[in-house]
Ligand binder design. Structure first.
Ligand code: G3H
Ligand code: 13P
Ligand code: ZN
Length: 316
């Protein structure tokens, strides 16, 4: 059952975070739905502009619709990740997305408000939720590269003003994370101080944490042992997910970790089976491994075993 992110956040706020996982193909969709059902967790499927272009946006939508039929028990939102204004309108009018993200965080504050307001107006007319972003994450975001030094944390006073003036349903706040596998140089923690200040100004308002992959070091070691070269990568401490959720983070975005599962499975498979050239055997392993990964993350986010209670609260 497709629901809006706003419906999911109402149930989760202050208790747990909903995992938002990026999807590009059928194998990821199968693993995601399987893992979500195994852990009895609601979830958010995220589709980036790059994912829409990878095969064809209609292909990806068909894959997700099929997964919804195969797993009728699933409760999830279908969300556009890092949309520009034009793509937001396309998704709002598609009849498929229940949530969009307008990312105008690279524009000046007033322009970000102007653009976000227009998207909120169009989305709310159709009952679709809107995520906006304020502040800048470090790292690489599709076609925009933000050098680490330029990443700046969200200002809590600006966040309050922004939310009140735009009417957005949730806000991606920069609290020290960045996209990709190389987030930190040493041991670093999330900026809980910023979260506390935002929550004090915006009580009960859902926040989103981008760049939340944990970049498991055992996964990295296995990839490197099978020919990879991603030494020095580092992610978010998984033990910080729940404390962040208690401070209002209701959506935690994870993409890179899924790519690492894919890389490990395929590098190891072809290293160990050098004569093989069929994509299905490693594909099958990937689906199972990704499902296990999703279930393990949902436990850490606190979203595992919430499905029955959520369904009751939705009156379904
Ligand atoms: O924020 C970026 C997400 O990880 C999506 O990545 O734009 O390469 O699909 P992508
Ligand atoms: P990661 O690169 O940490 O997985 O972040 C993904 C993300 O924020 C998608 O919007
Ligand atoms: Zn992101």
């Amino acid at each position: 059952m497709i629901v809006t992110t706003a419906q999911l956040f109402k149930h989760a706020y202050g208790k747990y975070a909903v995992g938002a996982y990026n999807i590009n193909n059928a194998e990821q969709a199968m693993g995601l739905f399987k893992g979500a059902i195994a852990s009895q967790a609601p979830f958010i499927i995220q589709i980036s502009k790059g994912a829409r272009k990878y095969t064809d946006k209609r292909m990806l939508e068909a894959v997700i619709r099929a997964a919804g039929d195969i797993f009728p028990e699933a409760i999830y939102a279908v969300h556009l990740d890092h949309g520009d204004e034009e793509t937001c309108y396309e998704c709002i009018n598609s009849g498929f997305f229940s949530s969009v993200m307008i990312d105008a965080s690279h524009d000046p504050f007033e322009k970000n408000i102007e653009i976000t307001k227009r998207v909120v107006e169009a989305a709310h007319k159709k009952g679709i939720s809107v995520e906006a972003e304020l502040g800048m994450l470090g790292g690489v975001e599709e076609d925009i590269k933000v050098e680490e030094g330029n990443a700046c944390l969200t200002d809590p006073a600006e966040a309050e003003d922004f939310v009140k003036r735009t009417g957005c349903d949730c806000l991606a706040a920069a609290i020290g994370t960045s996209h990709g596998a190389f987030k930190f140089k040493g041991k670093q923690s999330l900026h809980f101080d910023v979260l506390e200040k935002i929550q004090a100004r915006l009580p009960n308002f859902p926040l989103v944490m981008h760049g939340s992959s944990s970049v498991p070091q055992d996964e990295v070691a296995r990839i490197n042992a099978a020919g990879g070269q991603i030494a020095g990568s580092m992610g978010v401490d998984v033990n910080e997910y729940l404390p962040a959720a208690k401070l209002g983070v209701t959506k935690i975005n994870i993409d890179t970790d899924g790519r690492l599962v894919w890389t490990r499975v395929h590098r190891e498979f072809f290293r160990d089976n050098p004569k093989d050239f069929d994509f299905r055997p490693p594909g099958k392993i990937f689906i199972e491994e990704y499902a296990k990964f999703i279930a393990s993350r949902n436990v850490l986010l606190g979203s595992a075993h919430q499905l029955t209670d959520l369904r009751a609260s939705l009156g379904k």
